[in-house]
Design a protein around this ligand. Structure first.
Ligand SMILES: [Zn+2]
Length: 44
């Protein structure tokens, strides 16, 4: 799921699956839907 993080006065959205950060919530949610966190072989 998308996790919100405050950094330098701005809000960031982080994918809990892979840790990727986004400055746009819609981008984070879209990434999350396509995130391959459950298939580690894809990252390697
Ligand atoms: Zn991800």
């Amino acid at each position: 799921m998308v996790e919100t993080t405050e950094r330098d006065g701005a809000t960031w959205y982080r994918c809990e699956g892979c840790g990727m950060m986004f400055d746009d919530e819609a981008d984070a949610e879209q990434h999350e839907q396509n995130c391959d966190e459950e298939d580690p072989s894809y990252i390697q």
